[in-house]
Design a protein around this ligand. Structure first.
Ligand SMILES: [Zn+2]
Ligand SMILES: [Zn+2]
Length: 448
């Protein structure tokens, strides 16, 4: 799958599969070096109106305010919204409040100038105020530029709110190249996480007959390959490297849009990242960025996959597993303990289709045992932890939880309970339903 451009405007790849559920994607995406100067003309091709609210953060405004404001002011009435949060900006009710205080009723459109958090806040406001928005990306650090979901924080609970994708996206590679190394690693980690998303999706299609899209799988493969084959260019932040990483992130965003959900791009590695972030917020401790967390949790998910794929199931007993299964009450208590009193009740309330019945558990296990060899064959693409760690080493990224200040107890809880963050089917759920998750996790964390 090669990407094509027309004057820096990306030609959005058209699905070649026979799925009938795909959404049409209607966003003008511009990628190129030195293209920020065209911002106003890109906007005016798509959006009418004069009044805009430019949403950014203090740091980016100090760096680029003098550049971007004159560019826009020639054509537009620009008002600024810079959330005045002390410390690390979070997509929470306080930052949202700061933005809404600057939003006038006659505003015609919004501009997000930033990366993850700024875009999440803007897409949420744009959706709820029914305004078009423009995203000017500043770092290839996450795959959510085209997301229709805004992961927001309310009292430290991470909740996915409906949102919209930008009408216009402008990615100036010259700006993106200046993003700090940690943000480059974060973007890389977010893409590598797709190995797990893909594997879990395939597993779900086999065990639960989940709908799977071959075109989206191709997109994910292409995204991973763009990152892996350009690792040195990405490390050196060359134009080609940064563009490849950005393309990989946008491709996975397109797969999510096409599929209408995040199934192609997020599974338990994302659950673990969210779990760790929420627990760190509750403890009032700094947390790793989204992509860094996903990059590192992916390594542990790969470990679990390999434990699972190498396990000997020949004398496995379904009846014994069902008999030893914890009761719904025991399960609920364990989740409440792991997530804590602030978040735990919401996790239980938001996942109404869990726990599954014993009959359903038995059905899943039977299919698993029947399809075991097919599953092994279809998951041969999964790399080992060491193979992926080599890429992270090139980027000076973390390869252990400890390097991200995630201690053994938090890591263990994430491995055991992040699967309960949502009901999406994953290998962690399967291994738990097989009654061997504790055993695997204890083995995995013994040297942490
Ligand atoms: Zn992500
Ligand atoms: Zn499809």
């Amino acid at each position: 799958m090669k990407l094509y451009y027309d004057n820096n405007k990306l030609k959005i790849p058209q699905a070649t599969c026979s799925c009938t559920h795909h959404q049409e994607i209607n966003s003008d995406i511009y990628i190129g070096s030195g293209i920020l100067k065209n911002l106003s003309s890109y906007i005016s091709k798509r959006i009418t109106g004069k009044k805009c609210l430019l949403i950014t953060d203090n740091n980016l405004f100090t760096l680029y305010g003098k550049q971007i404001l004159p560019l826009l002011s020639k054509k537009y009435d620009v008002k600024l919204a810079i959330p005045s949060i002390s410390g690390h900006l979070q997509p929470n009710q306080y930052a949202l409040g700061d933005i809404l205080m600057e939003l006038d009723s006659d505003c015609d459109f919004l501009i997000a100038f930033g990366s993850g958090t700024i875009n999440d806040l803007t897409r949420y406001v744009a959706f709820n105020c029914n305004l078009p928005f423009v995203s000017v990306g500043t770092a290839p650090s996450m795959d959510g530029y085209l997301s229709v979901v805004a992961p927001m924080l309310k009292d430290d609970l991470k909740i996915n709110k409906p949102a919209k994708y930008p009408e216009v996206c402008v990615f100036d590679i010259d700006i993106m190249r200046k993003a700090p190394d940690e943000m480059i690693f974060a973007g890389f980690g977010d893409v590598i996480g797709k190995y797990i998303a893909k594997a879990d999706w395939i597993l779900g299609s086999i065990i639960n007959d989940e709908r799977i899209c071959p075109f989206c799988i191709d997109i994910i493969d292409e995204a991973i390959s763009l990152c892996e084959t350009n690792i040195i260019e990405i490390k050196n932040k060359t134009k080609k490297g940064v563009k490849s990483l950005l393309e990989a992130l946008l491709l996975t965003g397109l797969a999510m849009l096409l599929n209408g959900d995040s199934r192609p791009a997020a599974s338990n590695e994302h659950n673990m990242g969210h779990f760790i972030e929420m627990k760190k917020l509750i403890a009032k401790q700094p947390h790793p960025s989204h992509g860094e967390a996903v990059g590192v949790t992916t390594l542990y998910c790969l470990d679990l996959y390999h434990e699972f794929l190498n396990y000997d199931f020949t004398s496995f007993s379904i009846s014994e597993t069902i008999t030893n299964q914890q009761s719904p009450l025991q399960r609920e208590q364990a989740i409440l303990k792991a997530y804590g009193p602030k978040i735990g009740p919401s996790i239980i309330k938001n996942n109404v289709d869990e726990p599954i019945t014993l009959t359903e558990q038995e059905r899943r296990i039977s299919i698993f045992l029947k399809e075991y060899n097919t599953i092994k064959d279809k998951l041969l693409f999964l790399p080992t932890r060491n193979e992926v760690s080599k890429y992270y080493n090139e980027l000076n990224g973390a390869t252990t939880a400890k390097e991200l200040s995630i201690d053994k107890a938090l890591l263990k809880d994430a491995l055991l309970y992040a699967k309960d963050y949502r009901s999406r089917y994953t290998v962690f759920k399967l291994v738990d339903e097989l009654g061997i998750l504790n055993k695997f996790v204890n083995h995995m964390v013994q040297y942490e």
